[in-house]
Design a protein around this ligand. Structure first.
Ligand SMILES: Nc1ncnc2c1ncn2[C@@H]1O[C@H](COP(=O)(O)OP(=O)(O)O)[C@@H](O)[C@H]1O
Ligand SMILES: [Mg+2]
Length: 319
């Protein structure tokens, strides 16, 4: 199977996990083998479906054709560093290792490390998605990660230059030490070059898959902050050649019945009017169409209520 990928981006708390779970459920119900990937340990698919999920896909009980996978970004950063350290230890002297350890520790503190490690895991999931028709992510790559997609071109040039330089120095070495085959072996199995080449292929795959087999949606709430954040996300996705296919506006205030009056009803009507203005602004300012408007429910959206939320989405599952 060739899977297609759907990403729901947006800032924390706007409803990405809720919307992506609802959409994944709709995909599964329409007969697509679907995997939903959650990344937020605070509120995740586990809460939505009242089941524990882990680092590998697991079937969601009670829903045919639906599996879930939870990525713990903190754990990913740890594993990433551990892996890097192992590779470096094999290549560097003891004093250098200490220096590098220090640098790695510091790198771990930067927000970029978190995002990069998470993205790395996304690429893994995309590379191993053959069992699914559809994979739904409850977050989308942002700023610094998106810039990584330009990496293959950059790496290409580095690799060529580095390979060229190494070849020349190895040639010289061989002329000086005729009969010694060691240098040739060093060139062929050059770990640094191999690593760069591996990274290049990985990011080239990611860029291609995201551009050809993925759709990006942004979830937002009808408030000023969320609208501004959406403008920024649209921009950074478009810079990476990834157009936003639609916007989902979540947490709209329900309108009271016309016969209702009193303080509560007045308040709700005023809020509804404010949000209506904001919705109009969203439609006017953004090229991406609004593909869903979801009212605020009385409680957290879980289990049977997911189908109800999915009904408010106008995203065709075939897309
Ligand atoms: N339309 C809604 N009505 C009621 N509660 C909602 C709605 N959308 C989201 N929530 C609740 O808001 C909280 C945050 O939503 P979530 O989907 O986890 O956001 P995100 O993934 O963007 O951080 C959750 O407790 C969720 O159940
Ligand atoms: Mg979430």
């Amino acid at each position: 199977m060739t899977a297609t990928f759907t990403f729901f981006g947006g800032k924390g708390g706007v409803g990405k996990t809720t919307v992506s779970s609802a959409y994944a459920l709709e995909c599964a119900e329409s007969g697509l083998e679907t995997l939903v990937v959650s990344t937020d340990p605070a509120h995740s698919t586990a809460d939505v479906f009242d089941q524990e999920f882990g680092d590998e896909p697991r079937p969601v009980e009670g829903y045919d054709g639906l599996s879930a996978l939870e990525i713990d970004p903190e754990q990913e950063v740890q594993d990433h560093l551990l892996d890097l350290r192992k590779q470096l230890n094999a290549q560097l002297s003891a004093t250098m290792v200490n220096e590098v350890e220090l640098q790695l520790e510091m790198a771990h503190q930067t927000p970029g490390a978190y995002e990069a490690a998470l993205f790395d895991r996304f690429v893994d999931v995309m590379q191993r998605a053959d069992d699914y028709d559809r994979v739904v992510f409850d977050t989308s790559p942002t700023g610094s990660t998106l810039r990584l997609l330009a990496l293959p071109d950059l790496l290409e040039r580095w690799i060529d230059r580095l390979a060229d330089k190494r070849e020349r120095s190895i040639d010289l070495y061989e002329k000086a030490a005729i009969g010694n085959q060691e240098p040739r072996r060093v060139m062929e199995g050059d770990p640094i070059l191999a690593r760069l080449q591996g990274r290049k292929e990985r990011f080239a795959f990611a860029g291609e898959t995201l551009r050809e087999n993925a759709a990006f949606y942004l979830v937002l709430n009808p408030d000023e902050l969320s609208v501004r954040e959406t403008a920024r996300s649209i921009e950074s996705l478009e810079e990476a050649d990834l157009p936003v296919r639609g916007l989902v506006v979540n947490r709209l205030t329900p309108e009271p019945e016309s016969h209702e009056d009193g303080r509560g009803a007045t308040y709700l009507r005023e809020r509804v009017a404010t949000e209506r203005d904001r919705l109009e602004r969203i439609e006017r300012e953004f090229d991406a169409p609004t593909v869903g408007t979801i009212e605020t429910r009385v409680e957290e959206v879980k289990g049977e209520f997911l189908a109800d939320v999915a009904d408010d989405l106008e995203i065709a599952v075939g897309e």
